[in-house]
Design a protein around this ligand. Structure first.
Ligand SMILES: *Cc1c(COP(=O)(O)O)cnc(C)c1O
Length: 401
């Protein structure tokens, strides 16, 4: 499970709940996607909102990735992690103009996803080239909260507004160097990407100075045992061929970009938590843990499935449990799960906790957030200490009462 390192020993040493990330799995995923394309000019930007621990960002930098950032703070973290400004694409949504001014000053690539922003761009930054985020209205994605391509989505500029975009670009003399789409998460069917590509190609014919086309992300990863994964090999073959054809028609070899988050880090992460109590009610056996929706909110927020195992006693006879957190809120991680018999003190493990796990954690119920450990080169490294009571008070200011 954790690259030959005993997870129980890690929990002993660093306490629970504990996030553990395996760098070897991140590298495997990065190489799977970069190796899938025969088109030579492919660039993978790590969508770091999935997991912005600076060490994880440094690993992707070391392996040659660029970075996709959705806030100016992520841009600053990326620069600190060693990324060059030109390797960072800044793709915010409803960010204020001051953030864009700062991004322009820092020299990162800028992705605009609203017409008013485009209209104002020429006032101060006419010479700073832009990427435009187009919403192709492909309905894709596993859950309505992560599908961002529908017609009334707040993301991107509708493909139907392209004539308006072109008028602004021409009248303001803007330089458009990239086109972008990102239609949501958990896209199963490779043909969705190919349909998206055709829509971007159609738009690209109207912009003569492009350098890149960014197809976003949405790569699905398996969560359940029989789940399927986006077939990146099939995508790489089909899209490489079609992209090369388009480039020869366009007259220039454009860079083909993707920006996966989940695909790169989800399977690399585990959340370990300890059973505080097993509670039998009239109809259900609850396994309660020393964690909750404050540390892993995906099951409650998206209805997402995380495999759960008993690490302490993996060979005990399975029983049916509903696994819940310790937060005063209904925080059910999974109902009616078959898990090897659990007793108080056992360590349970959640799989696929690398993406949007720690990052979406909070201090709700005034509980501190977990530590993070990175397994790298056969060694476990503490990369974020556990929070303490002092951390909870750190930003508070006591006034005279
Ligand atoms: C969140 C996000 C991604 C990454 O999505 P995943 O489903 O984690 O791969 C990529 N691009 C943009 C613009 C995003 O907001």
């Amino acid at each position: 499970m954790t690259g030959g390192i005993d997870p129980l020993q890690l929990c002993q040493e660093y306490g629970t709940p504990l996030y553990v990330y395996d760098a070897a799995i991140m590298e495997r995923q990065y190489k799977a996607i970069t190796g899938a394309f025969t088109y030579p000019n492919v660039r993978i930007h790590y969508a770091c909102k999935a997991l912005t621990n600076i060490n994880v960002m440094r690993l992707f930098h070391k392996w040659g990735a660029g970075l996709d950032c959705v806030s100016i703070q992520e841009v600053h973290l990326g620069l600190q992690a060693g990324f060059k400004p030109e390797d960072i694409l800044y793709t915010p949504n409803f960010a204020g103009m001051e953030e864009f001014d700062e991004a322009a000053r820092l020299g990162v690539k800028i992705n605009i996803d609203a017409i008013p922003m485009l209209e104002n761009w020429g006032l101060q930054h006419r010479d700073v080239p832009l990427c435009i985020r187009i919403n192709p209205h492909l309905m894709a994605g596993g859950h309505e909260n992560i599908s961002v391509g529908h017609i009334d989505s707040k993301f991107g500029i509708s493909i139907h507004q392209l004539p308006h975009v072109l008028r602004i670009v021409e009248s303001q003399g803007l330089r458009i160097e990239g086109l972008h789409m990102h239609t949501g998460s958990d896209i199963l069917d490779v043909d969705v990407f190919l349909m998206g590509a055709e829509i971007l190609f159609e738009a690209a014919r109207k912009f003569p100075d492009l350098k890149y086309i960014d197809m976003g992300s949405g790569f699905k990863v398996p969560y359940k045992p029989d789940d399927i994964e986006t077939d990146v090999v099939e995508l790489g073959q089909k899209l490489s061929k079609r992209f090369a054809e388009f480039c020869s028609e366009y007259g220039r070899d454009l860079t083909l970009m993707f920006e996966p988050g989940k695909f790169l880090v989800s399977a690399a992460g585990y959340l370990f938590a300890r059973c505080t109590l097993v509670k039998q009610t009239t109809s259900t056996v609850f396994v309660g843990l020393d964690t909750g929706l404050n540390h892993l909110i995906r099951p409650m927020f998206y209805g997402s499935y995380h495999k759960i195992i008993n690490v302490t006693e993996p060979t005990f006879k399975p029983r049916i449990y509903t696994v819940v957190g310790n937060i005063c809120e209904t925080d059910t991680f999974g109902s009616d799960r078959r898990i090897a018999e659990v007793v108080e003190g056992d360590v349970l493990c959640f799989y696929n906790a690398g993406a949007y796990g720690w990052m979406m954690s909070s201090n709700y119920n005034s509980r501190p957030r977990p530590a993070e450990v990175l397994l790298y080169d056969g060694t476990a490294h503490l990369i974020r200490r556990r929070e303490t009571l002092e951390d909870l008070l750190h930003t508070q200011i006591s006034i005279d009462l």
